[in-house]
Design a protein around this ligand. Structure first.
Ligand code: ADP
Ligand code: MG
Length: 590
């Protein structure tokens, strides 16, 4: 008989194969180490990353969790060694992030690891170093309570895997993204990310998701957020959603977790988008941070080697809960903030009508209408840009419904009555944005699109941005920019889109250009539209800008000239109408 051709693999080969499943790239190391820190009950978790031109050199995760005994520190690196489950039955209701007992073994198999750990009550800590999975030294050491794991020379012994790594910046981006996702799924813990000794972010860890979002993405992002409230009878879904900022259409801004475990799920991404209904433009993705609170017994977490995906016992139920929770948060918000500006909070009593009286609605404490000229200056310049040249009162191209402007609320909404007796509320920013966007499209490429700068503005760009500008030069030109290469990574801006910027302000010119190229990345077919959207958003009058009666009338007229659909380029409504039936309903007459 011939020798069998099948044989058992040796330990080392087995561990490399296992490692290949768990440790795809540097970000996978970070994921596993940070999850271990969370499972160890840490309250502060710090990640230090060092990179050079060739790759990520060192990953260090420091936690203040339980620490390990010297015996456990040894066992932790064995394959299938875990403190988190004992029997297969335990798999049915897992409440820790880890449970496979593979991560440390896998990471150690393909790198050089130093573990330093001490339990709070132990006098001494333990330090273990490993290389390619073999322990190279063990010693007692002084250490703060908790665990520090340092990983170097990742994939040094698996050249095939090393070859598949992408550029340093891509790998770093995955690491940052992973850390952001983790921080968002655990607002009760403080996360710090340090790259090359520079702090990239720190979250406060006080359990406030809003604060966490602000710590990660800044105050601008935190401002426009809409909170989700769990719905009765549905799986509880909590978190925040928001319309995309500016022209960001990135689907990577959707952060989903289930019981604090970050996951990827195409069906839940779709459910979130569905919750936005038609208010998102095609191809546009919202910002969302959601956590679904599901009974652990109804979630199977053991379906993916890196635990990135999970399976629900009822997929349908989870998808429905996400969609309806998002939907009802959005509609409730618009009811509170748009539909019923005063009626509910402040019943119309004695001088109630004054709310809709134009002379009153301009007034804010400390600001009287007579200050008009100064206050309205900038808005007026912005409004004029979008008016057809020459005729001050152009003949309507479409029959504009006669709208009588009554006044302005909070410097943001214009209140009017239509000739059909509807109460009409116009969001002045959304309306003007729509007007500018349409205008940009109609004047595409024509000379009125540009305003020549007296002195060209030199803008120094990063190498990447300079390349993007050159890539997008035609799109930028069609939007009104005239740009020339200036040598190195600088460009000279000779003309800018008519309207949005103050001509004498180089900082404004620069920031508009940067904003436009930031938004312009993406599929070629949409580039121009994205540039227009960004410019429109910048050019449009903002909320909180007090307008004169005449300015409001001009704006309303322009909006109707621009024609339907009456939504801003981002898909938000520019106009909300209340017919007599709606009003009767609001006042419970019917
Ligand atoms: P798993 O997390 O699936 O149990 P790991 O290989 O990631 O498997 O870790 C093995 C064991 O090592 C864990 O079960 C835990 O007991 C211990 N451990 C790992 N990291 C830490 C840490 N940061 N603090 C305390 N214990 C840890
Ligand atoms: Mg683990």
């Amino acid at each position: 008989m011939a020798d069998p051709i099948i044989h058992l693999l040796d330990e080392e080969t087995i561990s490399h194969i296992a490692a290949g499943e768990v440790v795809e790239r540097p970000a996978s190391v970070v994921k596993e180490l940070v999850e271990n820190a969370i499972d160890a009950g840490a309250s502060r978790i710090r990640l230090r990353v060092k990179s050079d031109g060739t790759g990520i050199r060192q990953i260090t995760v420091i936690d203040d969790g339980s620490g390990m005994s010297p015996e456990d520190a040894h066992l932790a690196f064995r394959q299938h060694a875990t403190s988190k489950i004992t029997t297969a039955g335990d798999l049915a209701g897992i409440s820790t992030l880890g449970f496979r007992g593979e991560a440390l073994a896998s990471i150690a198999a393909v790198s050089e690891v130093t573990l330093t750990t001490r339990r709070r009550d132990d006098l001494a800590g333990t330090r273990i170093t490993l290389s390619g999975g073999m322990i190279t030294s063990v010693s007692e050491c002084a250490a703060p309570p908790g665990t520090t794991i340092e990983v170097k020379s990742l994939f040094f012994n698996t050249p095939a895997r090393r070859k598949f790594l992408r550029t340093v910046s891509t790998e770093l981006a995955h690491v940052f993204d992973l850390m952001e996702r983790t921080a968002l799924s655990h607002p009760e813990l403080s996360f710090q990310l340090v790259h090359q000794e520079k702090e990239k972010f720190i979250t406060p860890g006080r359990g406030d998701l809003l604060e966490t979002i602000q710590g990660l993405f800044g105050a601008d992002r935190a401002r426009g957020l809409i909170p989700l409230a769990p719905l009765r009878g549905e799986i509880p879904v909590v978190g925040y959603v928001a319309y995309p900022l500016g022209s960001r259409t990135n689907r990577n801004q959707i952060y989903i977790s289930v019981n604090g475990r970050q996951i990827t799920s195409a069906s839940l991404v779709r459910a979130i988008r569905d919750g936005f209904g038609t208010s998102l433009a095609k191809g546009e993705y919202p910002f969302a941070v959601i956590d679904c609170r599901i009974n652990p017994e109804d979630v199977d977490v053991n379906v993916h080697p890196t635990k990135r995906e999970v399976r629900f016992s009822s997929d349908r139920q989870v998808v429905d809960a996400v969609r309806t929770t998002v939907w009802s948060a959005l509609t409730e918000k618009s009811e509170k903030e748009v539909k019923i500006p005063h009626a509910t909070q402040r019943p119309l009593s004695g001088h109630g009508e004054a709310v809709l009286d134009s002379s009153v609605s301009h007034r804010k404490p400390g600001l009287s209408v007579s200050e008009g000229a100064a206050t309205y200056g900038r808005s007026d310049q912005q409004l004029r840009v979008t008016e057809p040249a020459g005729s001050p009162t152009p003949a309507p191209l479409v029959s504009s419904p006669a709208l009588r402007v009554l006044g302005q609320v909070n410097g943001t909404y214009i209140i009017a009555i239509s000739d059909e007796g509807e109460l009409v509320i116009i969001d002045q920013h959304a309306a003007h944005e729509k007007i500018v966007f349409d205008l940009l499209q109609t004047r595409e490429g024509d000379s009125s699109a540009s305003q020549q700068l007296l002195v060209p503005v030199k803008v120094s760009l990063s190498r990447k941005d300079a390349a993007l500008v050159m890539d997008a030069i035609l799109d930028l030109r069609s939007a009104g920019f005239v740009i020339e290469e200036f040598g190195g990574d600088s460009v000279a801006v000779q003309a800018v889109p008519a309207g949005p910027v103050k001509l004498d302000d180089p900082a404004e010119v620069t920031s508009l250009l940067l904003e436009v190229i930031e938004g312009i990345r993406g599929p070629v077919g949409e580039r121009r539209m994205r540039a227009f959207k960004t410019i429109a958003c910048r050019a449009a009058i903002k909320g909180n800008a007090y307008l004169s009666q005449e300015q409001m009338e001009r704006l309303v007229q322009q909006l109707f000239l621009a024609g339907p659909p009456y939504t801003c380029p981002h898909g938000r409504p520019a106009i909300v109408r209340f017919g007599s039936a709606d009003l009767e309903h609001l006042f419970k007459r019917r």
